[in-house]
Design a protein around this ligand. Sequence first.
Ligand code: SAH
Length: 259
Amino acid sequence: MDKVRAKKHLGQHFLNDENIAEKIASSLTLNNYKTILEIGPGMGVLTKYLLKKPVTTYVIEIDTESVSYLQANYLQLSNRIISEDFLKYDLNTIFNNEPFAIIGNFPYNISSQIIFKMLEMRDQVPEFCGMFQKEVAARVCEKEGSKTYGILSVLVQAFYDAEYLFTVSEQVFTPPPKVKSGVLRLTRKKDKKLPCDEKLFFRVVKTAFQQRRKTLRNSLKTFNLSDNLKEDTIFGQRPEQLSVSDFIALTQKIENDNV
Ligand code: SAH
């Protein structure tokens, strides 16, 4: 690993602590899936422990140098190394609409995009575990009433139970990042569908938090709400006061407005 120079633009911070690698791998519950996908395996510190689990492991890595290293050193992975950009690759070329869990010590520079892509594939992803910058992991698990509660918290928790598992110090990476890291686990809820128009739900949540200091009456103006609906007390609130179920109820109200 010493010979490999970390590429900053790819968010490369290689984990150098075997105990933590094993602990992250063990955050997978292994319930309800037989296949897992590791995003950004790098030199395979986590992969090594994943390969001991009774599941089939695929890895997707953008950096060709890391891919060559994995091909040479992890023969058990054989043809399950995908040399592609996770954000651009159509995973169903491989997974054929079958379920798979996601795990990784993720590239922090694309954290939100990884979470949004996971959400698009939520019907196929029963579990999502791994490490982000601490603030991002915490924000995903945050509840209403907090300053850091936002789009990621609501959209993820609409479909997943979110647990913040543990914090990881910057010392265990080469090179060390400037921030602490946090490991989380997302477990998909039993009900895969929301009891409201899901596209509208995403739009309402995103629009409301774009102007998080305003009341919903002001931030949701573009939805052309009827005067009657705007009287509803929920519109006097700010987005960070609303729980996930409040956002679902709000979406239902907007859906039924003027029909
Ligand atoms: N899991 C390894 C590496 C973590 S660093 C470890 O813990 O040591 C993040 C890794 O993600 C790097 O290997 C980087 O090359 C890879 N990566 C960055 N952007 C990616 C993308 N869009 N798709 C797939 N892999 C990516």
